[in-house]
Design a protein around this ligand. Structure first.
Ligand code: SAM
Length: 273
């Protein structure tokens, strides 16, 4: 389902506990003045990316709390953002995410391998962040379900090249939502992207066998998403390539069963307890 409208208004219309998980990259409030050597200013079709920072953060907390309401207990949300600086002051997404209702399960580093803006004030910022947020089932469930062993080679640093061909001004690469969804959702789920843009999350959800809800304020981007979804088979190879990375030849339990752990020192063994 594709919904044209303002995210906060549209989320309020969705039922409590009705969605399994979500992935998004919201507008970053980059003030539309962050032109670098490698990227042009990011300007969206129907909305400015230029708000007083306190208003922006308050709005993001409201959006995160609406997402918390509609996600099922035990469900997750992956929130992609980055560390920004305004007039020399660091603005870290933790500042507002920690004020929302979500429990932060992990902060993943998205290593883009290339900086958007190359200047000498700081070391090249080649990373963004992906916050894995968890909605506990009850007061004791602060962590959630364990990942299946096939995902055991995944680390908290994801090296994924930025998207280069998509005409949307700020798309993320298809591999990113694919990894989030494939790692935690088995089958026939519902996935939401409340700032869906060109529909990257929705294409991943569809090709992985899930239903999807995408919201965006721009008709142009939703039309792009619709066309992509209709031709989603053309992007299947990226999904298949990602799936191949989720594979372990032998889990630790299997290693243990064949006695391999007996070769470990006592100190090494303790690491696995
Ligand atoms: C970073 S982009 C998301 C791009 C998307 N991940 C993709 O791969 O195409 C943010 C999107 O949020 C949308 N947007 C900004 N403010 C919005 C609002 N208040 N309500 C709904 N959509 C909004 C913009 O139109 C833009 O497409």
């Amino acid at each position: 389902m594709l919904i044209l409208g303002n995210t906060l208004d549209e989320l309020k219309k969705l039922a409590d506990d009705s969605v399994d998980m979500g992935v998004t990259s919201p507008p970053y409030n980059k003030q539309e003045n962050k032109k670098g050597w490698l990227v042009s200013n990011i300007k969206y079709a129907n909305v400015t990316d230029k708000k007083p920072e306190n208003i922006y953060q308050e709005e993001q907390i409201l959006v995160l709390n609406e997402l918390y309401r509609i996600i099922k207990p035990g469900g997750s949300f992956f929130y992609n953002h980055k560390v920004r600086w305004e007039k020399g002051i660091m603005l870290h997404p933790y500042a507002w995410i920690s004020k929302s209702k979500w429990n932060i399960r992990q902060e993943i580093i998205w290593d883009r391998a290339i900086a958007a803006n190359i200047r000498g004030w700081r070391f090249w910022q080649i990373e963004e962040r992906i916050f894995w947020l968890h909605k506990p089932k009850d007061k004791k469930d602060l962590i959630g379900k364990e990942l299946l062993s096939k995902h055991a080679l995944m680390t908290s640093i994801w090296r994924i090249r930025p998207e280069g061909k998509n005409p949307h001004p700020a798309p993320f690469p298809l591999t990113l939502p694919t990894r989030c969804i494939y790692s935690i959702l088995e089958n026939n789920g519902v996935v939401i992207d409340p700032y869906c843009g060109s529909g990257t999350t929705l294409v991943a959800a569809k090709l992985l066998g899930h239903k999807f809800i995408g919201i965006d304020i721009s008709e142009t981007y939703l039309q792009q998403a619709k066309t992509r979804l209709e031709n989603s088979q053309n992007e299947l190879k990226i999904i298949d390539d990602e799936k191949k990375l989720h594979f372990v030849a032998e889990t630790f339990s299997e290693k243990k069963a064949r006695g391999m752990h007996k070769k470990f020192t006592q100190k090494q063994k303790l690491l696995f307890e």
